[in-house]
Ligand binder design. Sequence first.
Ligand code: GDD
Length: 341
Amino acid sequence: MEKKRALITGVTGQDGSYLAELLADKGYDVYGFMRRTSADVPAPIEVLNDKGLIKLIYGNMRDLPTMQRVLDESKPDEIYNLAAQSHVGVSFLCPDETWDVNFHGVERLLKEATDRNKQVKFYQASTSEMYGSTPPTHTETSVFSPVSPYAEAKVKSHRLIEEYRSKGFFTCSGILFNHESPRRGKIFVTRKLTRAFAEIKLGFREKVGIGNLEAGRDWGFSGDYVRAMWMMLQADTPDTYVIATGKAHTVRDLIEAVAKSVDMPIHWEGTGLQEVGKDAQGVVRVEIDPRFYRPREVDALCGDWSKAKQKLGWEPSVSFEQLIDMMIQSDIREIGAAHRA
Ligand code: GDD
C-alpha cells in the first residue's frame, strides 16, 4: 500500500514537532512547512526516522507562490494547519499580521489544497480563545465571543472550515484548550513559570514578574492533543471536536504548583499590583508586572471533551501535576546542561 503523505504547517512549533514525530512513527511521509528566515540556507532538510520521512520545506502562510510550490511538492493526503501567530497578547500589538496569517493564510491554503485534491483531509487548529465568555464548561456548540484579534481571526477560519465541510470537503476543526509541554515557547505562562522557578531553584535568578493571577485555564499535554488531531482525520466523517482535560486552574494555582514542585512553597501577601508571592524565608519570588496584563482578557476556560471520547475514543493521559513536573524537570536538566557546557 502507498505510504500516506501529510503536510504540517507550523512544524517547528511545539505541536508541529510532536505531530511530525507521531506521523513519522505511523509510517507517513511527513512534509513540514517551515517559514524561512534570513539566516536559513536554501536547501530543504530531510530527517529520516526508522519508519518514515520528515522533510522540512520552506513555506509561508502569507505568500501564495511558496504555498503553491509546497503543495505541488508534497501532494498531501492530509494537511494539518498549525501555523499561526499564536500568542494572544502579541495579537493586540500586531493585529494585521495576526489576521493575515490566522485567517487569510487558512483561506489561501484551503483553496489551493482543495483545488489540487478534492479528497484532501484538512485539520484546522481552532482554539478555546474563540469562546471569550465564561460558562462553567465549553462544548462544540457553546457560543463564540472573541475578545482578541487572535480569537477573531480564529473564529473566522473556524467558520470557513465549516463552510467547506458543508460543501462536501473533509475539513475538521479541533477546538483545543491550552496545551503545554517542555517544548512550549517561553513566552507562554506555563513555560515562563517552569523556566523561572527552575532558574530560581538553581540560583540563577531571584524572582519572576507576572500578569493576571486570576485567569483560569484548562491546561493539558501537547503530546496528547496532537494524537487527537490525527484521530479526527481518521474518522469516517469530518467534524468539530473540543480537546481539553475538563479541569481548570488559575494562574495563581499554577504558580503554587510550580513552586511546590521545586520544594519552594509560596505564600501570598498584599493585594492588587502590590501582591507578592514569598518563599518560606520571606524572599519575594513572584511580583505583579502590569506589562503582562492584556487589554482584554478571557477570564476562565474549561472544556468538555466528551464528544471526542465518544466519537474518537480520545482521552487525555497527563494530569496537570504530571505536566508541571515534566516541564520543570526538563527545564532543570536543560539549564544544568547549558551551565556545564
Ligand atoms: N503569557 C503570559 N505571560 N500569560 C500570562 C502572564 C504572563 O506573564 N501572566 C498571566 N498570564 C495569563 C494570560 O493573561 C492568560 O490569561 C493566561 O495566563 C494564559 O496565557 P498564555 O499562556 O499566553 O496562553 P493563552 O491562554 O493566552 O493562549 C494559548 O492557549 C490558547 C488555547 O489553546 C495559546 O497557545 C493560544 O495560541 C491558544 O489558542
